[in-house]
Design a protein around this ligand. Structure first.
Ligand code: ADP
Ligand code: ZN
Ligand code: ZN
Length: 745
């Protein structure tokens, strides 16, 4: 038996080896093996069984070890990796590295640890007796029975200051069991904890949900590739639809990947999902996958999937690569989230990769959102995706009322700058008195100020790009970050001649101060990347908020996603304009998403919610359409704009970003390179730039960019990449090719 092996470092190569008799059973395409390369042993993946004809067998070396007796990459993942390498123009090695967790790549042995599991529930009487006779045993038992999942023996004993004899006695009694299980088996093995969790009863579906469930079930029954876009307003119960689809897929013997944005992976969500999943599919373990897992936990989850022991994974972006067997369904919740795009090599989009992986497996991809990306929505309109809509909130709860406060009027009234309008301040006061909670959002994604006329609301925009010009304080200019157009910053409004020009830029800190002035006795907490740098702080604050220990939560949109707090009856968006004026053609889309998602945080309980949005441009479409959560209206208007400017989703964008220490050199090479691209591709592409990136200089490094528009990435990317590698770049210029970029700063 001969196999071709791709070394993990240098995956493009295929080296051939003999397989000794005793290892043959464990070898298949995708198996992780150790093979001799020169004089060392290297890890590699079996890429093919067999080799070219008339191979000099006697000269071949032998496979030294089979690391795991099952494939580390399934066939579809190998295909997916090749497709990604081509589509995103990135090294195959970087993708393999992303697909296989470090612990697996390192060929780690399966680490085992002793866990303590409650085997039998002691009633109060027995426990009281135990208290008297063996207080230490009682203490250990109590502790374990209150835990959510089996505990590590060594850790518990150390924490409680007990020795192993106490465990042995309880085991003998039959109250405890020691499990030599892999690390992190979680609640699954614990019958006791599971009994508590199953309490999450599935609700009775409303007619819209039932229709969506029926449609996805029909899609799954076909066992053919398909994509369904589930557009459901906030609080419409999309999760129920996902859960039913997952149930159907599991009952059909298939595997499932459930993707959520990283921030949504709060312990509450995970616990809720897990309990429901394990209730609908008893005996199924649900693997959780995100970036904060320890190596051991990750390895354990990965092994459970790779061996077929578990068939469901819920996780963030990279869970799209989980080695799930017989994949039938991939759910992408909040599919519009920019967080699905990885901002380092390989720069893949988790949603798009999910669609492609579903295709490779003839599976169903279910994309869900209250504010679908225009890419997905356009695909649905064109009939490429099926569309399912949930227009009602569950139980006919009202969508919150959105009040738009015109800050131009507010500023006139207060004769100066205000952070919080009268209306918002009063509403907060009222909530505080009623012991209800408020969330204030201040979207800080605006990093530099734009020019705004406080008289007429005018914001200077570029004539060519339909985005706001950015104010550069250093040389008093307004510049377009997309095409590079530049002019002197005006002293009066170009539209109405008013001198009341303002350079905008509000931060969370300033808002927090303003809240303290309005509500001196309230408990206020700020939540942004500055205050949340400490681990677990995020969880802690959310916990306090949930239990009512905080009255007002001030934060960036990191608190805007997927949270469900029944006592929040007021949500304020302090400055809706920032996101509208970021130099990005998706600025309107982001603003609309932000408004709708933020509004969706209000009124999730029995009380109706109110939303107050402060803006200088109340007439803006993103704001007007969001007042009634009119996604279709917004999408129609925005898609028309995109079409006029030929932006995505009407064409693909490839962003080529160049960086260098010398501004002149960078500019020179960017221009030479642009010429080369233009000559080579002619009108097969449209080139815009080169121009300085929106943030032109970061850490003494200048950044320039080219935008390449094309109808088909696959038709140009290979050639572009080759051209790029042949171009005589000076060593100090670094570059990034980003296909379908989502953040353009
Ligand atoms: P979405 O993701 O669409 O914003 P969720 O799936 O989070 O909404 O559902 C919102 C809330 O409504 C959840 O607490 C959920 O348990 C509940 N829910 C979902 N469907 C129903 C239903 N048919 N009847 C009653 N409550 C429901
Ligand atoms: Zn004006
Ligand atoms: Zn421009």
């Amino acid at each position: 038996m001969i196999v071709g092996v791709h070394p993990l470092a240098g995956f493009d190569k295929l080296l051939h080896y003999k397989v000794p008799e005793n290892l043959r059973a464990g070898v298949a395409v995708g198996t992780l093996v150790r093979v001799p390369v020169l004089n060392t042993l290297r890890l590699g993946l079996v890429g093919e069984i067999g080799g070219p004809k008339d191979f000099p067998l006697e000269r071949l070396k032998s496979v030294a070890q089979v690391v795991y007796p099952f494939p580390a990459l399934t066939r579809d993942l190998l295909q997916l990796a090749r497709w990604m390498a081509g589509y995103y123009a990135c090294p195959l090695d970087s993708i393999i590295e992303t697909m296989i967790p470090a612990a697996v790549r390192g060929g780690a042995a399966i680490k085992q640890e002793k866990l303590l599991v409650v085997a039998q529930r002691l009633d109060d009487e027995a426990l009281a007796a135990l208290d008297k006779r063996a207080p230490q045993q009682a203490r250990l038992y109590r502790f374990l029975s209150q835990q959510f999942k089996p505990q590590r023996k060594a850790l518990v004993l150390k924490r409680l200051g007990l020795n192993a004899a106490v465990v042995n006695a309880l085991v003998k009694r039959g109250a405890l069991r020691e499990d030599l299980n892999r690390v992190e088996r979680e609640a699954y093995a614990d019958d006791f904890a599971r009994g508590e969790l199953v309490a999450a009863q599935p609700p009775v579906l409303n007619p819209e949900q039932a229709a969506a469930v029926a449609a996805t079930a029909a899609g799954l029954a076909k066992a053919k590739f398909g994509v369904t876009l589930l557009h459901g307003v906030t609080g419409s119960g999309k999760t129920e639809v996902y859960l039913h689809a997952i149930d159907t897929a599991l009952k059909a013997g298939g595997g499932v990947i459930f993707l959520v944005p990283e921030v949504a992976l709060t312990p509450q969500t995970v616990a809720r999902l897990r309990s429901r999943l394990e209730a609908i599919a008893p005996g199924h373990r649900c693997v959780v996958w995100h970036s904060h897992l320890s190596e051991g936990e990750r390895l354990d989850g990965w092994l459970a999937l790779a061996t077929g022991e578990a068939r469901v994974v819920v996780g963030a972006r990279s869970a799209v690569f989980a080695p799930v067997h017989d994949l039938r369904l991939i759910v992408v919740d909040e599919e519009h989230e920019p967080a699905y795009k990885q901002d380092e090599t390989p720069r893949y989009h988790g949603r798009d990769v999910a669609v492609y992986r579903a295709k490779l497996n003839s599976a169903l991809c279910l994309l869900g959102s209250a504010t679908p990306s225009l890419e997905s929505y356009a695909n649905a309109q064109a009939g490429r995706y099926a569309l399912q809509e949930l227009r009602q909130r569950v139980d006919d709860r009202q969508l919150p009322h959105i009040n738009v406060v015109d800050m131009r009027v507010e500023i006139m009234r207060s004769r100066g700058l205000t952070t919080l309008s009268r209306k918002l301040a009063d509403a907060m006061q009222l909530r505080f008195e009623k012991k209800e909670q408020t969330i204030l959002f201040i979207n800080r994604r605006g990093y530099s100020s734009s020019m705004l006329c406080t008289e007429c609301g005018h914001v200077e925009e570029c004539a060519h790009c339909s985005i706001a010009m950015t104010y550069h304080r250093t040389d008093e200019t307004l510049r377009c970050h997309l095409c590079g157009e530049q002019r002197n910053a005006p002293v009066t409004c170009p539209k109405c001649r008013s001198p009341k020009i303002r350079w905008k830029g509000l931060g969370t800190q300033r808002v927090e101060e303003a809240v303290r002035r309005v509500l001196p006795r309230a408990r206020i907490e700020r939540m942004d990347t500055d205050t949340m740098s400490k681990k677990n702080r995020f969880r802690e604050v959310l916990g306090q908020f949930r239990t009512g220990k905080i009255d007002v939560l001030v934060g960036t949109q990191m608190i805007g996603k997927g949270l469900d707090f029944p006592n929040v009856t007021l949500v304020g968006l302090v400055d809706a304009d920032i996101s509208m004026h970021i130099p990005d053609f998706r600025a309107n889309e982001r603003t609309f998403q932000l408004l709708v998602q933020v509004a969706g945080r209000s009124g999730r309980g029995d009380r109706a919610g109110e939303v107050i949005v402060q803006t200088f441009t109340p007439q803006a479409e993103a704001i007007q359409f969001s007042r009634h959560a009119d996604f279709a209206g917004f999408a129609e208007a925005e898609l028309k704009l995109r079409k006029d400017f030929k932006y995505p989703p009407f064409r693909h964008l490839i962003q080529h970003r160049l960086r260098g220490k010398s501004q002149e050199k960078l500019k020179f090479f960017a221009e030479q390179w642009a010429k080369r691209v233009e000559q080579t591709f002619g009108d097969r592409i449209e080139l815009r730039g080169p121009s300085p990136a929106p943030i032109e200089k970061i850490k003494d490094e200048y950044r320039w960019q080219l935008w390449i528009f094309t109808g088909s990435v696959t038709k140009v990317i290979g050639e572009l990449d080759r051209l790029r590698s042949e171009f005589p770049w000076p060593e100090e210029i670094t570059q990034v090719l980003d296909v379908d970029p989502v953040g353009l700063t």
